[in-house]
Each structure stands twice: as C-alpha cells, then as structure tokens.
Design a protein around this ligand. Structure first.
Ligand SMILES: [Zn+2]
Length: 295
C-alpha cells in the first residue's frame, strides 16, 4: 500500500516516478497525493529524512561503540566533527527505539546483576555514577542511568571549594532505572549486587517480589579495567565483565584517558548507542530459554 500523504493525511497517494539519491545511490519512489496534489516519497517517511550522509550512520555507530574519539571519527570518514555530534543524537534516538523492541522480544529475564560505574563530567572533581543492569548468563545490558554524585576521598574538599556542594542524585536515578527495566523482568527475578547500603531497600521498593542477593565486592585488577577482580571466583563476574567492556569500548570511560564527558546528555546518548550494539553485535546471540530458573 502506498504511504499516506504527510500534508493532509489522505491515504490515496499514487506512484509518481522515481529519483536517484546520490547520497547512498538508492532509487527512491515518489508519490503524488490525489487530494491535495502535493508530492512525497518513500524517503519522506524514513527516520533518515533530509540527512545528507546516510552511509555514515552505520559506520559512526560502530566507531562510537569501538573506543574511537569523535574527532578521529570525523577524520576517518571525511566529515566534520559537528556531523559526528549530530549523528550521535540521531543514532541514540534510533538505538533507544531498537533496544526497546529487542528487549521486549527477549523478555522476561529471570537472573540479573546490578552495579554502578564511576566516571566524571568535565573534571574528576565532578563525578558521575552510571548504574547498569545486565543479564547474568548472557550479559546483555537491560538499562542504565547517569546521575551526578559528590566527589569523595582526597579530592572532596577541593571539589567543594571549586564547584560548591554537589548533590547526590544517584538514588532517584537508580529507582528510575529499576522502574524502566521492570517491564523486561520476571516478577520473581533474582537480582545480584554488591553490598551497597542502599540497593536492598531500593530494589525492595521497586521490585517487591524480587529475590536480592549480595556479595562483598573486592579490589579490581588493572588488566580488567579496574572492573574485573583479583580473585579466583567472582560471583559478580557477569556485571563486572559488562562494565569492563564499557570501559574498554566507550572511549571516555577508559582509565587515564584525556577524552572527557562535557555534557551528561551526550554521555547518555553514547551509552544508548553502545548498549544496543553490545546486545546485538558484541555478545553471542541469545539462545532461547538460556535463562534457566534456579532450583
Ligand atoms: Zn495530501
């Protein structure tokens, strides 16, 4: 069936020739509306409408999820870095839609792990916490959230002097993420996490029927991006491995990098792009019923 007219909404468009799109060498079908007489084409209805560099979309998606700086992506593909920045906004929108559909097809998940990763915006004096939920067996990412947290340790005093009091917004963020992923979880889900003092009550509040199990967290090893641990058996290995993959594959998360987050909203976009790429490309495809129920 021919698409409806975008101007008047009438469903009686007729084919009206084709044109060759130079941007990606596609032949595009045009239509004419029989009610208002206006023209449209199959490109009018696509999410890439009015883009000029459609071929870059997939390439930039791969680069963003493969530890490449935005300026280097621009050099690599011969485009401006503003193009890369615009593509990130667009790709994140698409990735969020695709991830929601993909996760809805795989649900419900029975065993998940929950933890946080620390990064910063602009300077280490302004830390951010990134909460991530991943599936235990398969290690796909179900959801994430970003929130500001106050600096602690040696830099806490300097942070307060320079940037004032920084509120801890990680609690509301974690609850928001838990509510978001609840749709994909089975009601009796098993959640495994470290012994963070606030996890238990937050999980109880949002997922009242969930079984929550905690394990003591141990010191990280440098080769594991600080996320994989120096011990033999680590019960939190799946989530720690997922966080280590994020540290390695998202340029700004690497340890001792000089690539930094400038805007939290862009960081969220980058993680959204990575999350879908991670779930569908980086880890092995989900086998049906991989998530067996524990005895
Ligand atoms: Zn019309």
């Amino acid at each position: 069936m021919n698409p409806n007219c975008p101007s008047c909404g009438a469903g009686c468009s007729v084919k009206y020739g084709r044109y060759h799109r130079y941007d990606d060498a596609q032949s595009i079908q045009r239509y004419r509306c029989r009610v208002c007489g206006k023209y449209h084409s199959s490109a009018t209805h696509a999410p890439t409408y009015r883009q000029k560099r459609r071929r870059l979309n997939r390439l930039i998606e791969m680069d963003i999820a493969s530890s490449t700086a935005q300026r280097r992506i621009a050099i690599k593909h011969g485009c401006d870095r503003k193009t890369v920045a615009r593509k990130i906004t667009f790709l994140a929108q698409e990735a969020r839609k695709k991830a929601a559909t993909w996760l809805a097809q795989q649900r419900p998940f029975e065993q998940v792990q929950w933890d946080e990763l620390v990064s910063f915006e602009h300077t280490r004096l302004k830390p951010l916490s990134i909460a991530v939920m991943s599936v235990e067996r398969h290690r796909c990412i179900l959801g994430f959230g970003v929130a500001q947290v106050p600096a602690n340790g040696l830099i806490a005093k300097r942070s307060r002097e320079k940037y004032g009091l920084r509120r801890n917004l990680s609690g509301p963020m974690r609850k928001r993420v838990l509510k978001q992923v609840a749709d994909y979880l089975s009601p009796m889900v098993h959640v495994v996490s470290d012994e963070h003092p606030r996890y238990a009550s937050e999980i109880k509040q949002v997922l009242p029927q969930a079984h929550h199990r905690t394990h003591r967290s141990v010191r990280g090893s440098l080769t594991g991006q600080g996320e994989l641990k120096r011990t033999g058996y680590d019960p939190l290995f799946p989530i720690n491995h997922t966080l280590a993959m994020m540290r390695d594959n998202i340029k700004r998360f690497a340890r001792r990098t000089w690539c930094t987050t400038k805007k939290v909203s862009v960081l969220e976009d980058v993680i959204a792009i990575y999350m879908h790429y991670h779930n569908t490309t980086l880890i092995p495809p989900i086998a049906l019923n991989f998530d067996e129920k524990p005895e």
